[in-house]
Design a protein around this ligand. Structure first.
Ligand code: HEM
Ligand SMILES: *[C@@H]1O[C@H](CO)[C@@H](O)[C@H](O)[C@H]1NC(C)=O
Ligand SMILES: *[C@@H]1O[C@H](CO)[C@@H](O)[C@H](O)[C@H]1NC(C)=O
Ligand SMILES: *[C@@H]1O[C@H](CO)[C@@H](O)[C@H](O)[C@H]1NC(C)=O
Ligand SMILES: *[C@@H]1O[C@H](CO)[C@@H](O)[C@H](O)[C@H]1NC(C)=O
Ligand SMILES: *[C@@H]1O[C@H](CO)[C@@H](O)[C@H](O)[C@H]1NC(C)=O
Ligand SMILES: *[C@@H]1O[C@H](CO)[C@@H](O)[C@H](O)[C@H]1NC(C)=O
Ligand SMILES: *[C@@H]1O[C@H](CO)[C@@H](O)[C@H](O)[C@H]1NC(C)=O
Ligand SMILES: *[C@@H]1O[C@H](CO)[C@@H](O)[C@H](O)[C@H]1NC(C)=O
Ligand SMILES: CC(=O)N[C@H]1CO[C@H](CO)[C@@H](O)[C@@H]1O
Length: 334
């Protein structure tokens, strides 16, 4: 009706505006993950993941640590798109993320493959490996008594995995400004950096990730003055007996299976294992966030952690018709 009264030019511009509007709406809905995305296409999907995790993680709680770390590494390279699960393929000769240094200590690939098999049996070709990583890591942390966060779904799997891109994963040797930049590059801020580092309250590390701090911090056989010297002596005597020790240590000794505030207490006592943990004290804003977390309740930490995980699990996600739903998590569809 209204269009009838408009000049041709106006009609045209309204038409353009309409198209742009529709485009925006489609574009937006495409870019958004949704809660329970598989409600119609695979209604049991999230339950199958949760049941499998609840059945197996209580027998192997350290796996929860491995899985949330896998989620972090996935999201920091090409977004949360399961690119880190892709295997080296002799045909292209491309080294994939899995082949790179930061990934050599990742674990839990078999676990993801087993969940994928269950979901392929239930509804073939529907549930992405990227969503599986996001759901499994959340459910695994919950199964060990840790925080809960929302995992909207609808991520699609990437088709490219490039080993050299894992340079974007923050290094344990980095200083504060580098860490902050690494996180900012992924849309995460200083608060997220401090809060997500709290995941180091669970899990293990190889000595190689920090032994320089004990034996050769600046290359003259010295130790890192930012680490409590008693703690250095203890680690050298009992855990990492040489700079090349291949021993594994608990990052939060005595409490490495419990998702609590003790990581931050250790950091404040200058007993964080990595240079990157210690670096959090070198910025006054970060330091004050740590102090607040330690003085606050566990519930408050869980809420903050959930908020930051909900940001992390949306990094550069592929949705709509981007990417694909892989049949096998380790290979792109042919
Ligand atoms: C701030 C930047 C970060 C750096 C530099 C960093 C570095 C590291 C390193 C070097 C290890 C030990 C690897 C090994 O030697 O075995 C590790 C372990 C771990 N990281 Fe981080 N990380 C960071 C952030 C995160 C985030 C954001 C999360 C999860 C939200 C996370 C979760 C974990 C967990 C759970 C482990 C233990 C893994 C296991 O037990 O297998 N880290 N991290
Ligand atoms: C492998 O490398 C080629 C280019 O050499 C590229 O086109 C292809 O996408 C890469 N494959 C993966 C899985 O990254
Ligand atoms: C991998 O990424 C690096 C830079 O990040 C680029 O130089 C290289 O060409 C990429 N390799 C492939 C096979 O695409
Ligand atoms: C942090 O490390 C980066 C990279 O090694 C370096 O360029 C920068 O100068 C360092 N910043 C500070 C404040 O030490
Ligand atoms: C980081 O972002 C969150 C919102 O996601 C905000 O509440 C918080 O204040 C920000 N932190 C800093 C240091 O800007
Ligand atoms: C300490 O680092 C320096 C410089 O990188 C190296 O020359 C030296 O061999 C290292 N010492 C040990 C004991 O690894
Ligand atoms: C540790 O390993 C490095 C590299 O393999 C080697 O150069 C160095 O001599 C070793 N240091 C010790 C103390 O064994
Ligand atoms: C801490 O980091 C914030 C954000 O980059 C910055 O504004 C502030 O100057 C830093 N403080 C110190 C003491 O470096
Ligand atoms: C991927 O590589 C791993 C480790 O090398 C191997 O166990 C697995 O069978 C491979 N998966 C596929 C589908 O090729
Ligand atoms: C889990 C995984 O794929 N690890 C790989 C990491 O990189 C090394 C070296 O390239 C491989 O041997 C591992 O299989």
């Amino acid at each position: 009706m209204i269009l009838l009264h408009l000049s041709k030019m106006e009609k045209f511009s309204h038409y353009v505006i309409f198209i742009v509007f529709v485009g925006l709406v489609i574009g937006t809905s495409r870019a958004d993950l949704e809660m329970n995305f598989y409600a119609k296409s695979c209604p049991k999907a999230e339950k199958i993941v949760q049941d499998y995790v609840n059945k197996h993680i209580p027998n192997a709680p350290p796996l929860a640590a491995a899985l949330i770390r896998m989620h972090f590494h996935d999201c920091f390279v090409r977004g949360c798109d399961a690119s880190l699960l892709l295997n080296f393929t002799a045909s292209t000769g491309n080294q994939t993320e899995r082949d790179s240094v930061p990934n050599r200590t990742l674990r839990g690939f078999d676990f993801i493959d087993r969940v994928k098999n269950l979901l392929e049996n239930e509804c073939p070709g529907i549930v992405s490996c990227a969503d599986i990583i996001a759901l499994v890591s959340r459910d695994a942390i919950v199964a060990t008594g840790g925080p809960f966060w929302r995992v909207p779904t609808g991520r699609r799997d990437g088709v490219i995995s490039n080993a050299s891109e894992t340079r974007q994963i923050p290094s344990p040797f980095s200083n504060f400004s580098t860490l902050e930049t690494d996180f900012a590059n992924k849309g995460l801020n200083l608060t997220d950096l401090v809060v997500l580092s709290g995941a180091h309250t669970i899990g293990i590390s190889q000595c190689s990730s920090f032994s320089r701090r004990l034996y050769n911090f600046t290359g003259v056989g010295d130790q890192d003055p930012a680490m409590d010297s008693e703690y250095v002596a203890n680690l050298k005597a009992n855990k990492c007996k040489s700079i090349n020790s291949t021993t594994i240590v608990e990052m939060d000794p005595g409490s490495f299976r419990t998702f609590d505030l003790s990581y931050y207490m250790l950091v404040l006592k200058r007993r964080g294992l990595f240079h990157s943990d210690a670096a959090l004290l070198t910025n006054s804003t970060a330091r004050s966030i740590i102090t607040q977390l330690v003085q606050g309740s566990l519930k408050n930490f869980y809420q903050e952690f959930a908020r930051s995980m909900e940001k992390m699990n949306k990094i550069e996600v592929k949705t709509g018709t981007d990417g694909e739903i892989r049949k096998h998590c380790a290979v792109v569809n042919s």
